[in-house]
Design a protein around this ligand. Sequence first.
Ligand SMILES: Nc1ncnc2c1ncn2[C@@H]1O[C@H](COP(=O)(O)OP(=O)(O)OP(=O)(O)O)[C@@H](O)[C@H]1O
Length: 953
Amino acid sequence: MFPPQSANSIPIQFITIPDPSAYKVVQLSSSPPPLIRLPLPNTAATPTYIFVPNPSPTRKRQVPPLSPADGAVAPFLMSSIQPGSMSDTASKVTTPPAAPLSPTNEVSPCKESPKSPVVVEIPQAVKDYIQQLKIHMSQVCQDMEAGLRMNAHYVNVSVSQREIARAGKNTNRCLDKELIITGDIDRQKNSMGQSQIFDSLNGKRYNVLFGNAGMGKTTVIKKLCLDWSIDCIPQFDFVFLLDGKQLALTEPVHSLQTLLLSQSSFAPRCADPDGVYAQILAAPKRVLIVFDGFDELRHYEVLLQTQKKELVASLQKDSKAQAFTVKQLFSSILQRVLLPGCTLLLATRPRGTASQLLRRADSFLEVCGFTPANVETYVSQYFSDPGLRESALDFLKSSSYLNLLCWNPALCHLVCAALEQCKSEAALPRTLTALCHKVLCLKMEKDRGSTESLPELCSIAWEGVKSNSSVVPKGRTVSTQLRAFSLRTGLLLSQSLMRRTLSKDGILLWANPFLQSYMAAVHLSLSRTVTDHSFLQTLPFQMGAKGRRKPQREEMELTQRIAAGLLFHNRTELQSLHSYSETVFRDMVASKQALVMKHLEGLCFGDLSSAQILEACNYVYEASFTHQESGTDTSAKMLTHLASNLPELLTFRGVPLNPPDVFTVQNALRAGGAEGRSFCLDLEDSGIQICGLRTLVALSNINTYRACIADVVTLWEELEKRSDEGLLQEAVSKFKIHPLKATQVCHIEHLERLVSIHTSKRLSDSSDQSNSLLAEGVPAVKELYKLEFELDPENSPLALPKLWDLLPGLHNLQHLDVENSKIGDKGAEKLANALVSLHSLEVLNLSENCIGDQGVKKLALALKDLPKLHCLSLYSNVISDEGAESLAAVLPHMASLTDLDIKYNKMTDIGAQSLGASLRKCSKVKTLRMWNQCIPYGVFERLKQQDSRILWQ
Ligand SMILES: Nc1ncnc2c1ncn2[C@@H]1O[C@H](COP(=O)(O)OP(=O)(O)OP(=O)(O)O)[C@@H](O)[C@H]1O
């Protein structure tokens, strides 16, 4: 039984609310019929609420009454009812608590102009369209790849929030931003379930979703769309997906309306486009636009170029005119010319810089890939047969590299496809090349007689890799037979760009980036049309400043690696990929192998960038281990050559080290060990996972290592828990942090933790094992001689208090640089307290810190007790005569001081003369720089003449 409509015809609305306990009965803001929770029979599971809306004339939206049978529809109504549609209070009640009110889920007109609320009504026809859109999305977003469905195969992955920082504190490129690569622990702290994305964004409107090829960006987006379709993202009334591939449509025949309602992926036919579009324009804050299909970050850059004024004017005047190109419309959305209030989510591979985009975006997310538990879930879901599932999981456990490749979901899919047909452990692919090869062979087995199509397809793949595109160029003729073969095998997909005009504008694109690279590599390595000369030009590690600076494109790098793998693969295995005679094929391969070897031998490893060193490890791994037996002589020589020539100080700073990368680096280092070599590893800013860190630290030929301090401490704790005393001992004694440059708040937080372990001489309160190990403290802390505090001015205040606290623990510190950190007098006082413990300090840089007389007075007292201090900079502070005099008073007691810089402060001739007089008593001082504009020129000249150690500069 349901309550009748109220007698005076005030519409009554029934809404199903997921968690009724979270809602209160509230009074509406005016004319107060209360909101009543009705204890209705048979509705315990889905309690029904009745809202008695404010019947004031400003209330526009009236939702027709629903019966309980409409339960499924009710959440949709909830999500699309905008706060303010009844009254703010009432609408707050309708918003589920899981999505806290933020600018995103508030309707702008009501929020922004409370005095004259303009409430946007959603007409019934538009509601119907929204419902249709949701239903349509819930169907089309189910498809993943190769017949897999989201509801059966989706694995709930995490997304982590990434941060950007200024490219450098003291550079004049202060507008340049770069993405920070955090350590594993911080990444875990910043990660969230995919369902929390929009809550975590907290109203941020310009969001970027990063992920390398195949890491699952599109899949996360599909999941978001599915969630929206079942009302789990109530912040948005509309979600539209725009595809970068549509940029190929160059005709000026589109409008924003047609772009969203006719061309966006997943949009169904709209019966009332004008009405829907009007609604979109009326409440843009409730619109989410997702851009996908851009291969690289830098591809967005083109869209961020300033648009012509006339174009902007005409777009703003009439965005319904069908007179614009897709590019112009994309640009206008990204540049906030069109729908400025909407939320944007841009998915992209991270390579290729796009400083403009980094500057504009408010938040950066990254798909984290599969954890080992995710891999297990994926494999278990993939193999419905329990027997197959078990053997697949067993196979995977026995093959480390294959297992690590599964970190990338697209590769995990390929691995499952290979495992499905695998009969024995020995037949398991051991490299990326062998994996892709296996998958291709399986596809071809199903499509016999297709070999003749391969060379052409491989050449198309290579053209795509060269031009950094997964789309087959429109002008490229593709024979009917090839087209049919590639679609049948699922190597290519056909996509229609003009959604409303079937296939005419269809494009062909590669379904899987790894298989595209594999096919391109087949072209490079196994085709005679690629001469030795052109093959040579495609080899990696091209030298010169440009080669070092420019990050290699992902698909190109993959192609080069796989090309190396193919060259050294078992020739019988490759038979299906070519139609040459045995001799011709053997000679061609031998010649290319020799080129590769010669190229490698010609490299000066010391000149390679960190990214290139990593590439070399991956490259040589493919060449050496693709062949199931021990590999050919040449490939073994390659590994030995790499191992013998890797720089002893091996740094991967700033280069993301993924799980499979760690494996190939480990492989190269091990080979180095066999050559009697040992290494010092720098793994800072590489994002290496803690298990990878453990693998590398466990190598016996690692002399020292650096890595994110928080991760290292976690590793120590893990080792202690597992009672792995031997490795713990190694991990503690080999760890180094000198010299330390702190550029982020977390660097200081991590250091604080390490110093506390050092001073307490134990890992944690409950530690016993590490007690003896740490009896002398942490070696890395004892050997920290130089600390540079280089946080940007906005973040320094967050970290300075921690710095002051930890400093007394750094007894052996010789060089402290806190330049340009706004420490002020208060900071100077704290520093003065800490200085008492820093007996080894030799250099102290406090330039540009707003230190005044009070601060310098405190410092002066502490400075005189630093027996080794020889260089002090107080350049560009605000010290006046009083401060100068306190310095002058302690100067003769600073027995080791040789250089004092107090230039660009505020003292006048009085302060300068005091310092000059004091200087006479300091025989050790070599230079005193103290000029500033307040010291009269004549006075300064006289002082200089009296003592030549007084300098201008
Ligand atoms: N969360 C997931 N659960 C299950 N499978 C996934 C998941 N994410 C990705 N995959 C698998 O990996 C494949 C590639 O994923 P997706 O297309 O989303 O990657 P992408 O990051 O968009 O790649 P690209 O940069 O090439 O566009 C999917 O087709 C699917 O098979």
